[in-house]
Design a protein around this ligand. Structure first.
Ligand code: ADP
Ligand code: MG
Ligand code: ZN
Length: 494
């Protein structure tokens, strides 16, 4: 159904569940390393493999991260809470249950204010955030799609089993109307930025360290009773979050308008077609036979500890936005462009590394954003650091690079050719600032164009442009045009 028609007939309700893998040194309940990309099954032990008799121990750093996340999301921190077993069978889960939290989450009842594309703020209420462990990974071999259907066999990698996860669940989001897909994207974006500033996770959607499940349902206009929801699983980019919500809204509306009913189920989002397909019917929580985990002691964070952790919160994204707008004297629109480009953190770090705000902003929002687009990655994933960008800006300020040369240096860094100074040296990109080197190129150009030389000598200084052009060409654009012009005029007695 046409999106406008969907909105004329229905109001959407959203619920977003975000899983974050914590970047702790070790796993949630054992001492195995928590690192992405190792050889399969090299980061495992009796505890995370669920071997008989193995006993878990809680990772204190993970609890600390959960509390800090809760505090940053304006949540209450439980005085006392427990882990619970969520029982189900899946080959990637060796214990046959996931150690999670059920009705006693570590933090609950918070909110996150998210900024929409036009600068408006929308408040998303947080239901809870709880601690749990990740599952292993199945690799389905031999099929065309990589999915289990059509595969010849499956391989299992338990390195990820037991990696600390925080699941952050919103309350039903109502009142977003036509902006529901945008709100969903903006929420995940805001949450990602918040988690990044807390330094608790890599928050890489492409690597699965940040994963979003999007629940969508529709209510007929005028009704306030929620419809049946579907849950689109593991949407793995910000753009896909928006597209998945929009697709489900339109699909639900079409089904409902033709007198059908929505089945409560999980759905898969297909990036290539931007559509969803049915997964499994949704279990109810009774199906999981949750019960309190008997092998772990309850967690009772003292108020002193919570207070202490609250003191470790860094400048949060919205506080930073307010501060840089004042300090850098940005208009609302400039700030919005910066935030929408996802460049606020990066620019701040570039400024912290010594660059003037205007230059730092311009590099990230213009050239580097363009490079991220052509290379198909998100801005923070570009292979250049704020410190390196600051160095390039410094080289321009010192007159060692022109803007054009600087872009070539940045390209070199992005292509893995080393630090900016190394790229300059390796490619010989430095501005020719040695006057004597320029002088010989100028002499040659004047000899080659004697009539132009005469005009300049006769006082027609605007004719110097032709000589400057020739010198720039001879030095492959590596000279400072302003300096060349001065030298040309001096050589002609002007
Ligand atoms: P589950 O375990 O089934 O995934 P959760 O409580 O973890 O359930 O998450 C469900 C999410 O969906 C929450 O964000 C909740 O606010 C939201 N939600 C609940 N009912 C609806 C509904 N009818 N339509 C849309 N979202 C809903
Ligand atoms: Mg859930
Ligand atoms: Zn282990």
């Amino acid at each position: 159904m046409d999106y406008d028609e969907v909105l004329a007939r229905f109001d959407p309700v959203l619920g977003l569940e975000v899983h974050v893998e914590l970047s702790t040194a070790t796993k949630m309940f054992c001492g195995c390393a928590n690192a992405f990309g190792a050889e399969p099954n090299t980061q495992v032990c009796p505890v995370c493999l669920g071997l008989p008799g193995a006993l878990p121990v809680v990772n204190g750093k993970a609890v600390e991260a959960a509390i800090r996340i809760g505090l940053a999301l304006n949540c209450q921190v439980a005085e006392w809470c427990r882990f619970a077993r969520k029982n189900y069978f899946y080959p990637d889960m060796p214990k046959n249950f996931q150690t999670s939290q059920y009705d006693e989450p570590i933090v609950f009842d918070g909110h996150l204010d998210v900024v929409l594309d036009d600068g408006d703020t929308f408040r998303v209420e947080i239901e809870r955030a709880h601690m749990e462990e990740d599952t292993g990974k199945s690799l389905h071999v031999g099929g065309a799609t990589g999915r289990i259907h059509g595969a010849e066999h499956s391989l299992l990698d338990y390195n990820r089993a037991g990696v600390p996860l925080i699941e952050i669940v919103t309350k039903p989001i109502i009142g977003a109307g036509e902006r529901a897909p945008e709100v969903a994207r903006a929420y995940v974006t805001a949450l990602r930025d918040l988690l990044r500033s807390l330094d608790v996770s890599d928050v890489r959607m492409d690597q699965g360290s940040l994963r979003c499940d999007a629940n969508v349902s529709l209510m007929p206009k005028g009704s306030s009773e929620f419809g049946t929801r579907t849950e689109t699983k593991n949407v793995n980019s910000l753009r896909s979050v928006e597209r998945a919500v929009r697709y489900e809204m339109r699909r639900h509306a079409a089904v409902l308008a033709s007198g059908g009913s929505i089945v409560q189920e999980t759905r898969h989002f297909d990036e290539s077609t931007a559509s969803t397909s049915a997964g499994r019917p949704k279990e109810t929580s009774e199906d999981y036979r949750y019960f309190p985990e008997p092998d772990l002691v309850p967690i009772a964070p003292s108020r002193e500890w919570v207070e202490e952790l609250s003191g470790t919160l860094p400048e949060l994204p919205w506080e930073r936005r307010k501060r840089v707008q004042e300090e850098w004297k940005l208009s609302d629109e400039e700030l919005r462009d910066l935030v929408n480009a996802g460049a606020l953190e990066l620019v701040t770090e570039t400024v912290d590394a010594g660059a003037p705000p205007a230059e730092a902003r311009s590099w990230w929002v213009a050239y580097l954003t363009q490079q991220a687009n052509t290379r198909g990655v998100e801005l923070p994933e570009l292979a250049i650091t704020p410190k390196q960008v600051a160095r390039v800006i410094e080289l321009i300020a010192e007159g060692k690079l022109t803007n054009k040369l600087a872009r070539q240096v940045v390209d070199g860094v992005l292509d893995g050719q080393g630090e900016p100074d190394e790229v300059v040296a390796a490619k010989g990109l430095e501005v020719v600032s040695d006057d004597s080197a320029l002088q010989s190129a100028i002499d040659e150009a004047l000899t080659a164009q004697p009539d132009v030389a005469d005009k300049i000598r006769g006082g027609k200084v605007q004719a110097a442009g032709a000589i400057v052009g020739a010198v720039m060409k001879a030095t492959k654009g590596q000279a400072d045009a302003k300096r060349v012009r001065e030298l040309v005029l001096a050589a002609c007695g002007q």
